[in-house]
Design a binder for this molecule. Structure first.
Ligand code: ADE
Length: 232
């Protein structure tokens, strides 16, 4: 199965962007995922290629027209799950990422200016998803982030199958933050001459002890940094 993403945008050249590099870039070449960036402006019919207009009721900025976006949307044979990236949406969390990554086809609508006409979202059943409580200049970077989070979960995309299960926010670790990692050298002397040793337990070879230490670290870190996501 190929994970396919249609993107409705005024800036198709923003894709695949960073997703053309590294593991997601390889996965794109291998056909683990594919995308089609559709330029909404190609569906205008006036000489100025107008996609937006002033808001009814007044106010700042411009609003993207529903008729133009609809033409772009209807050019997609199988849109699958339709998502509008918006700071008003449901916040993207790892369980939703897992759900989206298991979906065959997504269509992501990227807004610019003040946003898109509400009637388009209502008429075509777009769900709204936000990547966080801050406002970007457009939906494209949000779409890239959401795509990245999904693509790395696709079968065969990450080298080590276990890696995706033991990380921060994944339900497999109870949604806790991930424990700290260490590698060689065992004793590292920093530029100021201070020596930093790797915690002894990690070099003990006692796997039960190591697992407990990691779980304790995860809990302590989560309690300190993100008490809001601790369940008990
Ligand atoms: N577009 C602008 N800001 C956004 C956000 N925080 N999440 C998703 N889409 C956006």
């Amino acid at each position: 199965m190929t994970f396919h993403i249609n993107i409705l945008t005024l800036f198709p050249d923003m894709f695949p962007g960073s997703l053309g590099q590294s593991l997601s870039g390889k996965a794109l070449e291998n056909g683990a995922w594919s995308y089609n960036a559709i330029n909404i402006r190609d569906f205008t019919e006036d000489v100025h290629k107008t996609v937006d207009d002033t808001p009814y009721g007044g106010g700042a900025g411009m609003v993207m027209r529903p008729d133009i976006i609809e033409k772009a949307l209807l050019s997609i044979e199988n849109p699958g799950r339709k998502i509008y990236l918006s700071p008003r949406g449901q916040q993207l969390k790892q369980p939703l990422v897992q759900e989206l990554a298991a979906t065959e086809t997504l269509t992501l609508l990227c807004g610019r200016y003040e946003g898109v006409d509400q009637r388009l979202l209502d008429a075509h059943g777009f769900e709204e998803i936000s990547i966080g409580d801050y406002v970007l200049s457009g939906g494209e970077p949000a779409a890239l982030i959401m795509m990245d989070a999904c693509i790395r979960l696709l079968p065969g995309v990450m080298g080590n199958k276990d890696t995706a299960g033991e990380e921060s926010h994944s339900p497999e670790t109870g949604g806790l933050l991930e424990y700290p990692h260490y590698t060689r050298p065992a004793e590292w002397v920093d530029a100021d001459g201070n020596t930093h040793a790797v915690p002894d337990v990690l070099r003990s070879g006692d796997h039960a002890k190591i697992e407990k230490w990691r779980r304790d670290q995860s809990e302590a870190l989560t309690r300190e940094r993100r008490p809001d996501i601790l369940k008990d």
